[in-house]
Design a protein around this ligand. Structure first.
Ligand SMILES: C[S@@+](CC[C@H](N)C(=O)[O-])C[C@H]1O[C@@H](n2cnc3c(N)ncnc32)[C@H](O)[C@@H]1O
Length: 201
């Protein structure tokens, strides 16, 4: 999906190699942490974090006892960083590949979104929603954060609006939450939507 795009593995690898990673918060962000703390998901559930980067959410969930947390990223450097920080994280769950080439075998119970959707060429947004739905079991959850703002400089990140995003997800998901986040980190306050969508049965 990404091979003829300028936003390919080489692009992202270079960003990591040059330290041009302004999106990297260095720790799990409060909206995801607070959601994880109250979610009633069995520890054996299959969880996927697409475009995970250094995977602070994966680290958090692993420490909380979730055994089947997978991260996928085109770039090897952030996956190596996660492995270095968390040596007990299963190497088999560090997937260095294109999110769009993943297969739902077996399907996932939960997908976690943070600054991956906004990193994709916007023409891929319908395919992102379709692929999330394909990877989840019926009733499975896609949750996370989407930017509800436009950016002045050329992307990534690419911005958008609640109305635009809803159109991508509506064919596959029931909307549980699609609201302004109240606990964003300071630089993102007032610019993020907290989303929690259930795949239609
Ligand atoms: C803006 S960064 C966000 C990383 C992480 N979610 C975070 O919040 O720190 C976007 C990430 O998506 C990865 N990426 C971009 N396109 C991808 C694709 N098609 N499949 C898998 N990973 C991809 C990049 O390598 C990069 O690590």
């Amino acid at each position: 999906m990404q091979s003829d795009s300028p936003l390919d593995a080489a692009y992202w690898n270079t960003r990591y190699a040059l330290g041009q990673t302004g999106w990297d918060t260095g720790e799990i962000t409060p909206p995801l942490r607070d959601y994880f703390q109250q979610m009633a998901l069995p520890h054996g559930s299959r969880i996927l974090i697409p475009g995970a980067g250094r995977g602070y959410e994966a680290e958090y969930l692993h420490a909380a006892g979730y055994e089947n947390v997978c991260v996928v990223d085109l770039a090897p450097e952030p996956l190596r960083d996660l492995q270095r920080r968390v040596p007990t994280f299963p190497a088999a769950y560090l997937l260095e590949q294109d999110f769009f080439s993943l297969l739902p075998q077996p399907p996932y119970d939960l997908l976690v979104e943070q600054t991956f959707f906004c990193a994709l060429d916007p023409t891929l947004r319908p395919a992102y929603a379709r692929q999330c739905a394909a990877l989840l079991r019926p009733g499975g959850t896609l949750m996370g954060l989407l930017f509800d703002t436009e950016f002045s400089s050329p992307g990534p990140p690419f911005g958008g609006s609640q109305a635009e995003y809803k159109a991508y997800f509506a064919p596959y998901f029931v909307f549980q939450h699609f609201v302004p986040a109240y606990n964003s980190i300071k630089p993102r306050q007032g610019k993020e939507l907290f989303v929690c969508l259930k795949k239609k049965e």
